[in-house]
Design a binder for this molecule. Structure first.
Ligand code: SF4
Ligand code: SF4
Length: 212
């Protein structure tokens, strides 16, 4: 759980984050043992709702005291920064992509291919939009299938969210998403799957056959 220390949590919050990671890990390991789907996809399906419910509960509490997020469709600076994804996150996106019309699939594949040099650092990254973003609408085309890291990104001040720069994000939803990601990765590793995190664009490019 070392990476949760990055957030400088107090003991109580650290304990809560650790408990969530363990809860997610337990659910994910149970699912991984009994699934007929691919393990990463089954793990993602079993843990996305758990994570989102925990985040929604936190956001509801913020809104109840008038400190809710400013996030809204069309606001997308946070879709112009690197996204860290697990194999379960990537499986979720690929499953969604497989159900899309050909023009959407082709657009995302093309944009992923074009973004790869900037995502790997062989070209300057600059302000790089996520290939899944509907740039005109400023919305995520795979909203229901989006990675855990995206689910935990909220801010109360859109003016402080800079495309390609820093996002002034709430800490607790980020911690929930990171805790869940830790649990997912531990379960994937225990099931013999890849338990690492990597850049979403790089992972997508590889899975779409665009990169080694
Ligand atoms: S995190 Fe920032 S950029 Fe993203 S939707 Fe919320 S306010 Fe907008
Ligand atoms: S997956 Fe969706 S929410 Fe996440 S960065 Fe890409 S467009 Fe934004």
């Amino acid at each position: 759980m070392g990476e949760l220390a990055d957030f400088g949590l107090d003991d109580e919050d650290f304990e809560a984050a650790t408990e969530l990671a363990e809860q997610v890990q337990t659910v994910a390991e149970l699912v991984a043992r009994g699934t007929e789907l691919s393990v990463p996809l089954a793990v993602s399906e079993a843990t996305q709702t758990l994570t989102t419910d925990a985040i929604d509960e936190e956001i509801d509490e913020d809104e109840a005291v008038g400190q809710g997020p400013a996030c809204a469709p069309g606001c997308s600076a946070c879709c112009h920064i690197p996204v860290s994804a697990t194999a379960a996150d990537v499986a979720s996106i690929l499953d969604w992509l497989g159900a899309q019309p050909a023009d959407v699939r082709e657009d995302i594949e093309r944009r992923t291919r074009e973004a790869l040099p900037r995502a790997t650092g062989t070209a300057p990254r600059g302000v790089l939009a996520c290939p899944i973003l509907d740039v005109d609408a400023g919305t995520c085309r795979a909203y229901e299938a989006r990675p855990l890291a995206c689910r935990g990104c909220f801010s109360d001040d859109a003016s402080q969210c800079v495309p390609g720069g820093t996002i002034s994000a709430f800490v607790v939803p980020q911690v929930i998403a990171r805790s869940a990601s830790v649990g997912v990765r531990m379960a994937l590793a225990a099931a013999g799957e890849d338990g690492a995190c990597e850049d979403l664009i790089v992972a997508l490019a590889r899975e779409l056959g665009r990169a080694p």
